[in-house]
Design a protein around this ligand. Structure first.
Ligand code: HSE
Length: 443
């Protein structure tokens, strides 16, 4: 007869991911039992609206709208917060962690905004806060950085952390569609978050970038301290021009540490990246994370960054770690919950201000198509010591044209000043658009 322990799980939230966790635990129940030496039982499911039709039918005695049946229930071993948001989710996570419970979450916004407090609460009360599913869906990036690459310090972590914007950019590139046309399809396919700004303005990917920054460097940064730019300004012309020059345009998260200066640059923005880079070839809804460690070199993980099965794979991986903890196995994790200890990693680490960045840039400037315009523009750039690498002009109807320029290496502060001067020119018809060119080898 089996003596396997039954581990009781409570789910807060039963949307796409919650139902995925249920389905996939059922699907691979036997394999999980062999691997964990325990049987997983989802004993309570808490929803906001019990009347809502769902794919998975939960027995009535396990289904309620009462979070106390999970959070304050001594029989629940693992709390999975899959409700999202930073309101009730915060209050319930706090309450569970304050009781020393193990909480598993997929909630990137919550960790980004309240991670420091929640990790401290977990640590102070002997519980634990697991968050693999919060970054890059099914890609095991948290475990990889925390465990598999523990021998390393991380000079550069960069990649694609938002599947929806990657899908939009891929369709624009492959089919020559406009941003709006592609966005329409992304909406129809259900890829875009209810709050579209999360995907389109880079906020979702910035949340994930903040989490990776803390994990890799022990430093919490606020969204307001980092460059966070989304994909709304990217046009088909930008993508076509970038392609002619050998680049793709991707929404990139970049976490770059200069160990000699003890500086850290954290940013999320569209960037031109050479087509030959592996990350540049990662299209559609896929995510990619490239991690360069001082010991291992560069390791790149690619996979599904969203969706029911991919995300629930990560949640179940955290549940598995929680089961090992409950069984008294050595903790599989290093101490990112112990802020005192973990912060020593950051040890005087300063955030690099955005203006201090250096690199190459792509500029698109809409101008009146008349004599002397190019000369005036190049004078403005020259006044900021910006040297041009390539120039392309495309006529637009009504006597206007788009100038698409790339620069040699220059300083971000010079580009920002030039953008301002250009916008003030009578022949420049709209605020210039500027994207950074990202060269991972230059880090
Ligand atoms: N909206 C997110 C994305 C979902 O597109 O990647 C996963 O966090």
């Amino acid at each position: 007869m089996s003596t396997k322990r039954t581990v009781h799980i409570g789910l807060l939230g039963f949307g796409v991911v919650g139902q995925g966790v249920w389905k996939n635990i059922e699907k691979n129940r036997q394999a999980l039992e062999y691997r964990l030496g325990a049987s997983l039982e989802i004993s309570q499911v808490v929803v906001k609206n019990a009347e809502k039709k769902r794919d998975v039918a939960v027995p009535a005695e396990r289904y309620s709208t009462d979070p106390a049946r999970v959070v304050d229930n001594p029989d629940i071993d693992i709390v999975c917060e899959l409700m999202g948001g930073t309101g009730e989710a915060l209050e319930l996570t706090r309450r569970a962690l304050a009781q020393g419970k193990i909480v598993v979450t997929a909630n990137k916004a919550l960790i980004c905004e309240h991670g420091e407090e929640l990790f401290a609460t977990a640590h102070a009360n002997g519980g634990h806060y697991f968050y693999e599913a919060s970054v890059a869906g099914g890609i095991p990036i948290i475990k990889t950085i925390r465990e598999a690459l523990v021998a390393n310090r991380f000079k550069l972590i960069y990649g694609i952390l938002n599947g929806t914007s990657n899908y939009i950019l891929t369709r624009m590139e492959r089919e020559g569609l406009s941003f709006d046309e592609t966005l329409g399809d992304a909406r129809r396919l259900g890829y875009v978050e209810a709050d579209e700004a999360l995907d389109l303005d880079g906020i979702d990917a910035a949340h994930k970038t903040v989490i990776l920054t803390y994990l890799a460097h022990g430093k919490w940064v606020g969204l307001d301290q980092i460059i966070c730019e989304g994909i709304r300004e990217i046009t088909g012309d930008d993508i076509a021009t970038a392609s002619e020059l050998g680049f793709k345009i991707k929404l990139l998260a970049v976490i770059q540490r200069d160990f000699s200066q003890n500086q850290l640059s954290v940013r999320l923005h569209p960037a031109l990246i050479e087509k030959s880079e592996v990350v540049a070839g990662v299209d559609e809804v896929y995510n990619a994370v490239s991690v360069t460690g001082d010991v291992v070199g560069t390791t790149i993980l690619i996979g599904r960054g969203a969706g029911q099965d991919a995300t629930s794979s990560s949640v179940i991986s955290d549940i598995a770690d929680a089961v090992f903890m409950l069984q008294g196995a050595p903790s599989p994790v290093i101490s990112e919950e112990d802020a005192t200890l973990y912060r020593e990693l950051a040890d005087g680490l300063e955030l690099t201000p955005a203006e201090a960045l250096k690199g190459r840039y792509y500029l698109r400037i809409q101008v009146k198509d008349e004599e002397g315009v190019l000369a005036r523009i190049s004078n403005i750039l020259a006044a900021q010591h910006i040297s041009l690498a390539t120039v392309k002009q495309k006529a637009i109807a009504g006597g206007t044209a788009s100038l698409m320029l790339t620069t040699h290496e220059t300083e971000e502060s010079s580009v920002l000043a030039a953008k301002k001067d250009l916008a003030a020119q009578g022949t420049v018809l709209a605020d210039p658009v500027c994207f950074r060119i990202f060269n991972p080898s230059a880090s």
